[in-house]
Design a protein around this ligand. Structure first.
Ligand code: MN
Length: 394
C-alpha cells in the first residue's frame, strides 16, 4: 500500500483534486486525479467503471450530487493507504485531452482587452462597441481543433492583407499570437428551449481549465468584418490537461467589477461567480505577463446564461472560454498584440526582441487560485511550441 506525501504548500493538495485523462505504456486512457506529484488511477482506487472511460464526459454527465460524493470519497482516499497499483508518478504518465469537446464558444469578457483590441483594430472609432456592456460578446469556435497542452502548433497559412498591400496575399501568418484565457466545461446538459439561469451555473458546469486561444492576427484582421473570427482562430486552441472542479474554487469566488449599466434581468444572479485566479504567461522561459482573472467584467455564469437564453441547448463537454484576460497594467495583458501594442513596442524575451511568435518559440500559461485552507491551488499549465508552416506553397 502507498501513502501519498502531500506537502502543505503543494498546488495539488486535498483542496484541489483536479481530474484528467492519462495513459501509460501498459494501460489505455483512463481518468485519474492529481494529488501532489502523483496521479491516482480512479478506476482501480474506487472500483468504478466510469473512470475506466477514455474521457471525463460520462462522469461529468452524472451531475452535481455524484461529483460531490466522489470528491468526498477521493478526499478520504488520498489521505489514507492506497493500493500501489492505483498510484503513479505524474512524470510517468502521458496526459490527454480530458474531455470530448462538444461545442466550443469563446467570449470577450475583459473590458481592458476589448478596449485595447478596439483601439488597435479600429483606431478611428470608439474602442467598445455599443453592445459590449449589455451582453457577453462571443463567437463559435472549432471544437475539433481543441488540443491538449504539449501538442505542437503548426503556424497557420491563410489570406491576409498587410498594411501597405494593395491586394491580399496567401502565406504563413506573420502575426501569430496567444490569448491567455480560462475555459469552463459543461457536465450536465440542458434541454432545447430551457435557458440556464446564472444561479444554476454550478448545477451544470463541472470545472475549469486554462485555455490558449492561438490567434493569427493578420488573417483575423482581414477576415473578421462583418461576421467575426474564423480561420484566424480555428487552426488550434490549447487546453491544460487537469480540470479543476468548481468545488475546488469556492475560496476563489469574488464579485465581478461593478456592471454599469445594470444588465438585463436574465443576466442577473444572486451568486458570486467572479473568480480570483492569477495567471502567468511564460514566453521562451520568461514570465512576460500576469493576467488577473478577478478583473473580468462578465462572469462565466453570465456567459452560460447568455449562451442558452435563446433556447439553445448545452451539451456535456461544451467548452466556453472567457476571452483574453487583461488587467489595467501593461504587464498584465494576456495577448502579445496588446503587450507589444500591435508590434510597435517589441518585448525583450529571453534576451531576444519579439513582437509576435517565431518558429520554435514556446509558450506556457499557468494559473493558481486561493484554496480553502489559506494556501493555493494550481491549474497546472498549458504549454506548446510553434512549428514552421507546412502549407505555404498554395
Ligand atoms: Mn479568445
Amino acid at each position: 500500500m502507498t501513502v501519498i506525501d502531500i506537502p502543505a504548500d503543494s498546488l495539488f493538495g486535498i483542496d484541489n483534486l483536479p481530474y484528467g485523462v492519462f495513459s501509460t505504456e501498459n494501460s489505455p486512457r483512463r481518468v485519474g486525479v492529481r494529488v501532489a506529484d502523483k496521479v491516482v488511477d480512479l478506476a482501480v482506487a474506487l472500483g468504478d467503471d466510469v473512470f475506466a472511460e477514455p474521457t471525463l464526459n460520462p462522469f461529468m454527465a452524472q451531475g452535481k450530487s455524484r461529483w460531490d460524493d466522489v470528491r468526498a470519497r477521493i478526499t478520504t482516499l488520498v489521505q489514507g493507504e492506497i493500493d500501489d497499483a492505483a498510484v503513479l508518478d505524474v512524470d510517468a504518465v502521458a496526459m490527454h485531452l480530458p474531455f470530448d469537446v462538444a461545442d466550443y464558444v469563446d467570449f470577450y469578457a475583459s473590458e481592458h482587452h476589448a478596449t485595447n483590441l478596439g483601439k488597435l483594430f479600429r483606431p478611428d472609432s470608439a474602442p467598445l462597441m455599443p453592445n459590449w456592456k449589455h451582453l457577453p460578446v462571443g463567437y463559435h469556435g472549432r471544437s475539433s481543433t481543441v488540443v491538449v497542452s504539449g501538442t505542437d502548433i503548426v503556424r497557420p497559412c491563410g489570406q491576409r492583407k498587410l498594411a501597405g498591400d494593395d491586394a491580399p496575399t496567401f502565406g504563413p501568418s506573420v502575426r501569430l499570437d496567444i490569448e491567455a484565457e480560462m475555459g469552463f466545461v459543461v457536465g450536465v446538459p440542458s434541454t432545447l428551449g430551457e435557458p440556464i439561469a446564472p444561479d444554476e451555473f454550478a448545477d451544470h458546469v463541472f470545472g475549469a481549465v486554462i485555455v490558449n486561444d492561438w490567434s493569427a492576427r493578420d488573417i483575423q484582421a482581414w477576415e473578421y468584418v462583418p461576421l467575426g473570427p474564423f480561420l484566424g482562430k480555428s487552426f488550434a486552441t490549447s487546453v491544460s490537461p487537469w480540470v479543476v472542479p468548481l468545488a475546488a474554487l469556492e475560496a476563489a469566488r469574488v464579485d465581478t467589477p461593478t456592471q454599469d449599466p445594470q444588465p438585463l434581468p436574465y443576466l442577473r444572479g444572486e451568486q458570486k461567480w467572479g473568480l480570483d485566479i492569477d495567471l502567468a504567461v511564460e514566453w521562451n522561459g520568461d514570465v512576460v505577463s500576469r493576467p488577473p482573472y478577478a478583473q473580468m467584467y462578465w462572469s462565466p455564469a453570465q456567459m452560460l446564461a447568455h449562451t442558452t437564453i435563446n433556447g439553445a441547448a448545452s451539451s456535456t463537454g461544451d467548452l466556453f472560454a472567457s476571452g483574453t484576460i487583461s488587467g489595467t497594467e501593461k504587464n498584465t495583458r494576456g495577448a502579445f498584440i496588446e503587450l507589444t501594442w500591435g508590434g510597435a513596442e517589441p518585448a525583450t524575451v529571453a534576451g531576444e526582441e519579439r513582437t509576435f511568435l517565431q518558429d520554435g518559440d514556446e509558450v506556457s500559461i499557468s494559473a493558481t487560485a486561493p484554496a480553502a485552507n489559506g494556501g493555493r491551488i494550481g491549474f497546472g499549465e498549458v504549454r506548446a511550441r510553434i512549428l514552421p508552416a507546412t502549407q505555404a506553397d498554395r
